[in-house]
Design a protein around this ligand. Structure first.
Ligand SMILES: [Fe+2]
Ligand SMILES: [Fe+2]
Length: 259
């Protein structure tokens, strides 16, 4: 199965529909980005419903819509999950709610306040979730982890139970654009160095909330960790598609994932 240009599948029905911003050189006005960064949004297509997890930085809205369209009709998205309200992930939330007229914005209680305050979202369209909530998309079940201060107070993580994929937004992130999607393809050692740098620059003041979140993540036992910046942690095997020439051949060919 050929992948549409610019997106990859990280599990059956789960697609990276993000943006690689290779030439961005500064983050938050002071953090150098020698390797650019990425805004990783993910689309989860269940048998009955579809969810978008996070959006992208301002300026890339059309690319996001195009990438979603490769897999599903953006107008028919049912849930737009806002793990974190910072504009690099949430600024396109309002646009997505306009495009997907019946969609609900999914957020934690503090996320709801942030969505109303920063993006003027109608509270009637916000579904507040907590750690007891399950959203069934049809063979794909989403649950949520309260993860405050990673790195704003409203942060939640989303977990896809069947595929054991954690979507922790900024946490576990790294500022890397690269052609690679997976840490092991980028080079595990270098990927860890970049993640350490990211942690030092963004998460260091939130070490304690980070430890608390790690304990929760350990209990979930994710197979793949798919943050909203940089490389995905896990094995590339999990997203390789069977092809006539075999998955490894397709991997080496790289033709369908190169930006
Ligand atoms: Fe953030
Ligand atoms: Fe971010």
């Amino acid at each position: 199965m050929a992948m549409p240009s610019g997106t990859i599948s990280i599990a059956p029905g789960v697609f990276w529909v993000g943006i690689k911003h290779h030439n961005r050189r500064l983050f938050d006005g002071l953090i150098p980005l020698p390797h650019g960064t990425s805004y990783n949004a993910y689309l989860v297509v269940g048998k009955e419903k579809t969810a978008l997890i996070d959006t992208v930085n301002p300026g890339f809205e059309q690319e996001l819509l195009d990438k979603i369209s490769a897999h599903a009709d953006p107008a028919k998205i049912d849930y737009i999950i806002m793990n974190h309200a910072e504009p690099d992930h949430a600024n396109a939330t309002k646009l997505m709610l306009t495009v997907a007229k019946n969609a609900k914005l999914v957020a934690g209680a503090k996320g709801k306040e942030a969505a109303m305050m920063y993006f003027d979202i109608d509270p009637e369209r916000i579904l507040v979730v907590d750690e007891t909530t399950r959203i069934d998309l049809g063979g794909k079940t989403l649950r949520f982890v309260d993860a405050p201060w990673l790195h704003w107070p409203e942060t939640i993580f989303t977990y896809l139970e069947e595929d054991k994929i954690l979507f922790p937004c900024d946490f576990f992130g790294s500022h890397v654009a690269a052609g690679a999607f997976y840490a092991e393809e980028y080079g595990n050692e270098l990927a860890v160095d970049m993640a350490k740098l990211y942690f030092a620059e963004i998460m260091m003041p939130f070490r304690k909330p980070g430890q608390n979140a790690l304990e929760k993540v350990k209990k979930l036992g994710p197979k793949i960790i798919a943050p909203s910046h940089g490389v995905i942690w896990g094995t590339r095997r999990s997203y390789l598609m069977p092809t006539p020439t075999g998955p490894r051949r397709r991997w080496r060919g790289r033709s369908w994932w190169r930006m």
